[in-house]
Design a protein around this ligand. Structure first.
Ligand code: 9Z3
Length: 360
């Protein structure tokens, strides 16, 4: 095989045969196996939530890298609502991106030091002063802390970390295979923003790319489309798989989401426009029963365009919206904004129940 010479597009199989796994993969697999076995024994459904953006290093000793946009809000927020709905959650996220519960006190938007105050000891002794939470923040913190502690006590959240797109792909395959033992009771919620391009290990410069030669030209290869093997091989068609489609041109959302669904054969694509993602998303699902396939599956690496067979009458498209004001202005009584993830998760839980019961 010539894959290490000039590969231009990898199948998933070629990718895993030529790119090295992260060094901690074995330990991760063991921890996931144990988590899944415990949840199965305790009768919980499990959802894998992926979250945050992947990087593509340009050098082996990394100084520069390409990044995909995502703060991790969608994934971290959704994970909380899945936990609230009784799911156990495997939260696979980009290192340092937002996490369930602690996301409420992100250092940039709501630094926790700002709602702590020092109370001098008033018992006349020289004992150390106390640290208190300000009155305005007390109720809010109590709610978040209570939910966090109860999830910790129940042991229903398992957190994994990735940085590069290579870490992500290896982890996704390994975790999916472990989770697939639950069959239909497993859900896969793929909210991470994953690079479409990467530099294979064989093409990576070992040391920092030098600037002496003027402009920089890099040719990247296409990341393999892993949804198809995920549906067919890793989960054997049993898992309930939800992917996200991110666009900046809203006109492309529906056709691209339909094309992804048709091409990979999973259950739901949620389309979101970068600038409106906090208050509207588009659910795209196949009508049931699905029409007979009219052609062979495309070759790996084929661009994801709408096929001539694709027509919108094969799909159900539903906009899920919350008022912009509710998503951006805190409610005066609760001091909270409405989060669209609450609605997204509620809709998916209903569909997952139907999926488990053997409906569509
Ligand atoms: C998403 O579309 C997520 O909803 C966002 C969340 C990345 C927009 P934030 O974390 O952002 O709230 O800041 N994720 C999927 C993006 C993606 O890479 N999709 C692939 C594509 O569009 C398909 S799997 O081609």
């Amino acid at each position: 095989m010539q894959a290490s010479v000039e590969p231009t597009s990898f199948s998933a199989e070629e990718y895993f045969a030529t790119q090295p796994p992260p060094s901690s993969l074995e330990d991760t697999i063991n921890s996931v196996r144990e988590f899944v076995a415990r949840q199965a024994k305790e009768g919980r459904n499990v959802v894998l939530v992926t979250s945050g953006g992947t990087t593509v290093p340009l050098e082996l000793n990394v100084v520069r890298f390409l990044d995909n946009f995502s703060a991790g809000t969608r994934g971290a927020t959704s994970a909380e609502y899945f936990l609230k709905a009784g799911y156990a959650v495997i939260f696979m996220h980009r290192q340092f991106s937002l996490q369930p519960f602690s996301r409420h006190y992100s250092h940039s938007t709501n630094p926790f030091l700002d709602f702590l105050e020092i109370e001098p000891s008033n018992d006349g002794t020289t004992s150390a002063p106390d640290i208190c939470v300000t009155r305005e923040m007390r109720q809010d913190l109590l709610e978040v802390l209570t939910a966090y502690k109860s999830v910790q006590a129940a042991g229903t959240l398992h957190t994994l970390t990735f940085v590069t797109v290579n870490d992500y792909l290896w982890l996704l395959r390994a975790v999916t295979k472990e989770l697939s033992v639950l069959g239909k009771r497993a859900m896969y919620y793929l909210a991470a923003a994953v690079s479409d391009f990467f530099l294979p290990r064989q093409k990576l410069s070992e040391h920092k790319i030098q600037s002496g030669k003027g402009s920089l030209h890099i040719e990247m290869d296409q990341v393999p489309k892993i949804l198809k093997p995920m549906v067919v091989e890793w989960t054997k068609g049993e898992g309930f798989i939800v992917s996200f489609k991110l666009e900046t041109d809203e006109k492309l959302l529906a056709p691209k989401a339909r094309a992804a669904l048709e091409r990979y054969g999973h259950q739901v694509v949620i389309g979101n426009d970068l600038n409106h993602r906090k208050y509207e998303v588009l659910f795209v699902e196949r009508k049931f029963p699905p029409p007979a396939s009219t052609g062979p599956a495309p070759e790996p690496g084929t661009p994801e365009k709408e096929s001539p067979n694709s027509n919108s009458s094969q799909f159900v498209e539903t906009w899920l919206r919350i008022p912009v004001s509710a998503a951006t202005t805190p409610n005066p009584t609760t001091h909270k904004v409405k989060e669209i993830e609450e609605e997204i998760v509620a809709e998916l839980v209903k569909r997952h129940v139907r999926w488990i019961e053997g409906g569509r």
